[in-house]
Ligand binder design. Sequence first.
Ligand code: IMP
Length: 225
Amino acid sequence: MQLIVATRNAHKTREIEQIFGSASAVRDLTAHPEISEITESGTSFEENAKLKAIAVSKKLPGLVIADDSGLEVQALGGAPGIQSARYAGANASDKERIAKLLSRVANVEAKSDQRRARFRCVLAVARDGQVLATFEGVVEGKIAERPRGSHGFGYDPIFIPDGFEETFAELPEEVKNNISHRAKAIRKLQAKLPTLCGEAYGFGAGGGGGGGAPGCAAGAPAALI
Ligand code: IMP
């Protein structure tokens, strides 16, 4: 059995692989062009993560993980939030999204609390069209005055995590992948994988490798949602 990540975002896949530290078992939707784009019609990260996990797990066997994530900025009342990917229009680039966001907070002083922001990530785990569990991770920080750095993706060049002077795009990947919203959500997921899939699944605490995945029978762990 392998873990399928319900995304075509290569950056997300790479981070998830690195955080899991078990690259060989993580696959995204690259090999499945037949699975069409899932409309993110939910009103929260959790709803959207569940929508994606359910839709993909109806099409593919095994455990499916969906990541819905984004940036919440204090001065913007939590925007762009679940609209992070579409903040400057459907076909805009990361640069355009960053430019729009910076223009919206241009009048907010560097030291103001209003410049505070957080990345939020919700992971939904599903199998055979049923959500087994969701996990959330948050990293707090602030919005930089200008984009800095070339690592990562999305809003990384303008997000300075608490405890650092550098943006996520300036910090080494290992640092981001240790403290990020995604890392926190994945660590919670890893801790529960043995329960979700049975001790033999081979991921996270207590995983021993080999064997089947008795805990993953549809419906069994639904109480974890
Ligand atoms: P989703 O596919 O709806 O989850 O879109 C998430 C969007 O939020 C991405 O396209 C990025 O713009 C932003 N985002 C989420 N996580 C990160 C991150 O780790 N760094 C930078 N931007 C992120």
